[in-house]
Design a protein around this ligand. Sequence first.
Ligand code: SAJ
Length: 425
Amino acid sequence: MRDEKKLIEKIKKKKVKIAVIGLGYVGIPLSLLFAKNKFYVTGFVRSKEKVKKLLLGESYIQDKDLKKNLKEEIKLKTFDVKVISDDDLENNDVFIICVPTPVDENKKPDLSDLESVAKRLSQINLTNKLIINESTVAPFTTEKVLGNIGKDYFLVCSPERIDPGNKSKTTETIAKVIGGKDFASLELAKTLYSQVLKRDLVVVGSLEAAEMAKMLENTYRAVNIALVNEFAKLAEKINVDILEVLEAAKTKWSFQVHYPSIGVGGHCIPVDPYYVLSLAKDKSMEMKVTEESLKQNETMPYFLADKVQKFYKEGMEVLIYGVTYKKDVADLRESPVKVFCEILKERNIPFKVYDPILEENELVNFGSITSSLTASDIFIVGCDHSQLKEDYKKAIGDNTIVIDGKNFFTKKVGYAVYGIGHNLV
Ligand code: SAJ
């Protein structure tokens, strides 16, 4: 028989032991938040190497603050890191799952990490334990993968809302959506999160509503980025500056501004909408707006490569500055610059890459690397890292043609700047 009262008391007294499964952009900040609030947290990862790195305070994510307090928390013994194993898992009362949910090469949901966690949990005694899925999934996935793996346990979905690289939005200050399989599960999650979060808990009536909210948030973003990408292409045709248009449009209260770019990367925005499309297909429904928006965003690396091709002449020095998916975030997942580089290779346009926030060994797959910035014939902005505002001066001479994949430049530099719906000639 389930007894949520006992578990609620343990949570209130901070006597519960929390297992955070998956220590990446989501799991590490979440673990530290609970540890900082004097909960006992054990982070579980799959490899000994990761444990070693984390115990050295060397998180594989670039956030320096995270690295710093990771070391401190581990020293305080409120936060431990282990390789995942049934015995170690068994000693915990709460399991918060923060594993990646990517898509495969055919853009189909890849739930293998979530399913392997479910398999592990099914092998331990889950009675009166709380499972929280923070991984991003389509509606019905939490129930399907985690709904029948034991007896008398509690199940909640509370999708992560991390914004990597954004210091103003931390785990504790972002409103959190929580949906429970039943009332008792919901009450337990509310009691737990309310002890560490500084923002409201947004309670919804089911696991599916919580899953759907996250899908809508990120699909909304992908669709709106696609819209401005499409408008930027039109702006070029009619010789209007898209940045000027966006500055004007954003003065309207109901317009949430988005910007055209070399493409949409990361493990959320270009990925999550495919989970929705897969669900829609299962329900024999088409979602044309979502589908066409994703396609539109996927044309952007080609759109930019066309500009390079227009100016490139054999023997020209081509430099791509910045290859990660987002400004000042050292993450290459789904980076559109990777696609862009492949296109240039297919079009026999040789280039060098430079990224100030990546180690050289992380750049090897991009082709030839340069560790120094020298004047180039064509300078391409792949990612507008903060350091670009200084770095560009070393690589752009009077005759350099600038292809600006992030519409970074607002004043003409070099021979001319060709952006996306934004030219400085
Ligand atoms: N991008 C554009 N134009 C824009 C905004 C972004 O082309 O106007 C591109 C970026 O260059 C990047 C990609 O889209 O390649 C994703 O950008 P992002 O700012 O959405 O970055 P993410 O992937 O870190 O998004 C996170 C997400 N958080 C979660 O999923 C929990 C996303 O939901 C948030 O909307 C986003 O942060 C945010 O709001 O900053």
